[in-house]
Ligand binder design. Structure first.
Ligand code: PLP
Length: 385
């Protein structure tokens, strides 16, 4: 039979504890999700600030639909690029102090586009070992020589840099998606400057949260375009909409417009989505959500540590609880579910083998009581498993 590896692969994953299944969310309100008729406190969302349900974001989205219609109808180089897209790009350019910005349908597409366009003819990429799959796959599909340095290990990065010739990109993430820790940004900026390499940061989990006005890693560390020539951020997490951007020099963005296949050959992000995203950025910069988020993270950490729960160093919204084994991670996730808490088990290959974990995300929507219930449930789940 053709493709008979399919069943064998699924069976293998099931036995190893790595089989993935989807759960259909029936509805969601105020941080509570309903799955298969049961309600759960949601500690699994990347909507760190609760902007997905922000009345102003929803209202502006509806107004955008009335003005521009549902889809964008074409790719950006045809008729899919509108005033709404231009306004969002201009806002990002101003706040990030970049010459130019380009919008993408997703962070996955943006990362792939950066790699494909910059390395169609060779070059070097040095990336942190924990970079997101979208970046890794983008590099692997390009002509770049690819090396990975140990997670957050500047000395290893430096060692790999020496002896490289040609165009080099050093790549890392502002806040790591599965660990919640931060890159050594200052060290990476110095290393790239000293070696003549370009630095790229994927700000998927920092954008909206970091910086005085929520404009992410570049605002937080006051990184100029020279410090950080390639900045990628996403709208699908703290901003609460969807899509992504790349920011840099005018020449770099013009180059992407001409070479990035994910931009040229894909229907543009809907204009209404760009309008809602712009509204969300304004609301984030003036609202209290970031303050509430940081208070909630501190509450979680102090309650958990008081119960002797083993936490990592992460001070971001992403708070992993390490399990070391996929079966244990699944069992803990299930035990939490039985106590009304939704936290996913994150397993290989999303994280390295043996680094299976619960990935708890704290948001501004949680109350102190929700967080206290989570910690109590975690203690009970750990005793039960
Ligand atoms: C670090 C990182 N980069 C890129 C992406 C992809 O972004 P998007 O979900 O917009 O495709 C993600 C999303 O999971 C991510 O965590």
């Amino acid at each position: 039979m053709a493709f008979d590896f399919i069943n064998a692969e699924l069976q293998k994953k099931q036995v190893a504890g790595y089989l993935r299944r989807r759960h259909c969310v029936e509805y969601e309100k105020d941080g509570i999700i309903c799955v298969a008729g049961e309600h759960y406190l949601n500690f699994a969302s990347n909507d760190y600030l609760g902007m997905r349900q922000h009345p102003g974001v929803l209202q502006s989205w509806v107004e955008g639909l009335a003005q521009f219609g549902g889809g964008s109808g074409a790719s950006p180089l045809v008729t899919g690029y509108t005033q709404a897209h231009a306004a969002l790009e201009a806002c990002l350019e101003e706040h990030l102090q970049r010459e130019a910005v380009l919008l993408f349908n997703s962070g996955f597409a943006a990362n792939q586009a950066i790699c494909q366009a910059l390395f169609h003819n060779g070059g070097n990429v040095l990336a942190d070992k924990y970079m997101h799959a979208s970046f890794i796959d983008g590099v692997l599909a390009s002509k770049a020589e690819f090396k990975r340095f140990r997670h957050n290990d500047l000395a290893h990065c430096e060692a790999l840099l020496s002896g490289l010739s040609g165009d080099t990109l050093i790549a890392s993430e502002s806040i790591f998606s599965m660990d919640g820790d931060s890159a050594p940004v200052g060290g990476l900026v110095s290393q790239s400057r000293d070696s003549g390499a370009w630095l790229m940061l994927d700000d998927a989990h920092g954008f909206g949260v970091l910086g005085e006005n929520g404009f992410g890693v570049a605002e937080h560390y006051q990184l100029t375009q020279q410090d950080l020539p390639v900045l990628m951020g996403t709208f699908g997490k703290a901003v609460g909409t969807a899509g992504a951007f790349v920011a840099g020099s005018q020449a770099f963005i013009d180059y992407l417009v001409n070479h990035a296949r994910h931009y040229i050959y894909s229907t543009a992000l809907p204009a209404s989505q760009a309008i809602a995203t712009l509204y969300s950025l304004t609301a984030i910069s003036t609202g209290d959500e970031r303050k509430t988020l940081h208070e909630n993270i501190a509450t979680f950490r102090s309650l958990a540590l008081a119960q002797d729960l083993q936490l990592t160093e992460s001070v971001s919204a992403i708070q992993p609880v390490m399990c070391g084994d996929p079966h244990k991670a699944l069992a803990l996730s299930e035990a939490l579910k039985q106590r009304g808490i939704w936290v996913p088990a994150i397993r290989y290959p999303t994280v390295p083998k043996g680094a299976d974990r619960l990935r708890i995300t704290i948001t501004a929507q949680h109350s102190a009581r929700d967080i206290s219930v989570l910690v109590d449930a975690l203690m009970l789940a750990m005793e039960a498993v």
